[in-house]
Design a protein. Structure first.
Lengths: 216, 272
């Protein structure tokens, strides 16, 4: 997943507040959507909690490919829980991650925005492609690539707009550096798409009821 | 190696919780709200300052507090790997194009890249800021009891965010132990050895899928068990969190004044 691997003190206070405010606005909308559901669904909350724990645990595993890569499965969270609950899940994952040094506390707002973009785009792509691509593997793979591509774009935009404290380079130079990182991220995104496709296929075989709207 | 430890370079939640529950240092008795407010102030200071000297002084202070609390330094240094790697992976790229006195330069594919004194300073400052943040976060986690954390989450987050957070925090230990057990099983069958990307991908995809499926199944079982015990959608954490005393408020006020003074007096501050 795209994740702003910057720690506390990288953005100025104004941008920290701006990204936190934007993220809280989206979280507020998600909370409203979850609360205004036709009937309170405790099962969804419990499943979201386990989804958070599972995603956080998976995020800690290094796959021994290309020297070791980490994936976070945010598109999978979107596919399994939808964008509203998915947004709440990524916020909590970012808080837990900040607590162990993966991204700073002040970066939670920016990182949550990036991850919400991934969750929402992956979910939308997954749903939109259903009539054209019934196969679970290619659909999940495409949804993952689309989600992670948007997450990468969001990450680059946030860093270019905010700037990094102490960096005295022009936008073009920062973009050049970030493009290299984005290229690596997209390479990892291909692996994540492959893994997500396999996970969704596996879940489709073993527990198809977990894939909302898919026929068992 | 505890059941929830997946890598030596990632903070071990079992160990963190064990220290939080068993330690009886002075810092354990300090109100969790005081430590939480201090964490916010630390983050505020490292956001506002750009001075390497201020960052170095703050890092040494935080490290001293961590040591005085009786927390393990060896583990802490191992846990620094992740944030250090992250800083170097992004800022390490930016450092090469930073204007300043050239310390080292080389040509790659016809393009000359230079490492300057400002580039090195940038990496060092951001690295120190990262280490301050991680050290104080872990100090906070390892000196605050689980029941106080739960109560703080319950009071700080709106519903159902607090419910998801509280349950996720509780389930995290089960899920990490389950994931660790599955990884051991995979490694014992040769899954850790690099073969083809397709084979590695398939093996790890199955592990990840199993983590999710088992998590969902556990979630359903736990939810049914909770309903049987009267759960109606509200996971209440009723523990009273000790309020800051006069000393706590005094320390926080002094810290806030020190931040204002540093921002006002020290050059290279004011990262508004």
């Amino acid at each position: 997943m795209a994740h702003i691997h910057l720690e506390d003190g990288s953005f100025t206070l104004v941008w920290v507040v701006v990204w936190w405010a934007c993220a809280l606005l989206l979280i507020g909308i998600s909370l409203y959507l979850v609360r205004s559901a036709q009937k309170p669904d405790n099962r969804r909350i419990t499943i979201a909690a386990f989804c958070t724990a599972a995603a956080f645990a998976i995020f800690q595993i290094s796959i021994p490919v290309f020297g070791g890569v980490h994936i976070n499965l945010t598109p999978l969270i979107g596919i399994l829980t939808g964008p509203a609950i998915g947004s709440l899940v990524v916020l909590i994952i970012n808080i837990l991650s900040a607590a162990i040094g993966h991204g700073g506390w002040s970066m939670i707002g920016a990182n949550t925005l990036v991850n919400i973009a991934e969750v929402a785009v992956a979910y939308a792509t997954w749903r939109i492609l259903k009539p054209c691509i019934p196969g679970l593997f290619p659909r999940a793979g495409i949804a993952t690539i689309a989600g992670l591509l948007c997450g990468n774009i969001a990450m680059i935009l946030i860093i270019v707009i905010s700037g990094v404290q102490g960096v005295n380079q022009g936008t073009a130079q920062i973009l050049a550096g970030l493009s290299l990182l984005a290229a690596v991220n997209m390479g990892v995104a291909v692996i994540e798409a492959f893994v997500t496709g396999m996970i969704v296929t596996y879940i489709g075989k073993v527990r198809p009821d977990l894939l909302r709207g898919e026929r068992p | 190696m505890s059941s929830t430890m997946i890598s030596r370079h990632i903070p071990d939640l079992d160990l963190i919780t064990s220290y939080a529950e068993r330690q009886d240092s002075f810092f354990t008795k300090v109100s969790p709200w005081t430590k939480f407010a201090a964490l916010v102030l630390v983050i505020l200071l490292i956001t506002l300052t750009r001075s390497l000297v201020v960052c170095a002084a703050l890092y040494l202070t935080v490290l001293l507090m961590y040591r005085l609390a009786g927390l393990p330094l060896k583990n802490l240094f191992a846990w620094y790997t992740l944030p250090a790697l992250f800083v170097l992976s992004l800022v390490g790229i930016m450092a090469w194009s930073e204007p300043g006195s050239v310390l080292f330069s080389c040509a790659i594919a016809g393009i000359t890249i230079s490492l300057t004194d400002n580039g090195v300073l940038l990496v060092l400052t951001l690295l120190l800021k990262a280490l301050i943040s991680v050290t104080f976060s872990l100090f906070f986690l390892m000196t605050t009891r689980y029941q106080h954390f739960s109560a703080m989450i319950y009071r700080l987050f709106p519903s159902p965010l607090d419910q998801i957070f509280l349950m996720a925090y509780r389930f995290l230990f089960l899920t990490l132990a389950m994931t660790g057990a599955m990884l051991k099983a995979v490694q014992s069958r040769g899954g850790g050895i690099i073969r083809s990307i397709q084979m590695q991908g398939r093996i790890f995809a199955e592990v990840f899928a199993l983590v999710f499926i088992r998590s969902f199944e556990r979630a359903e079982r736990v939810q049914r068990a909770m309903i049987a015990r009267g759960y109606n959608g509200a996971y209440v954490a009723g523990t009273e969190v000790p309020q800051p005393g006069v000393f706590g408020y005094g320390v926080l006020c002094a810290f806030a004044l020190a931040i204002a003074g540093i921002v006002w007096l020290v050059p290279n501050t004011g990262g508004w």
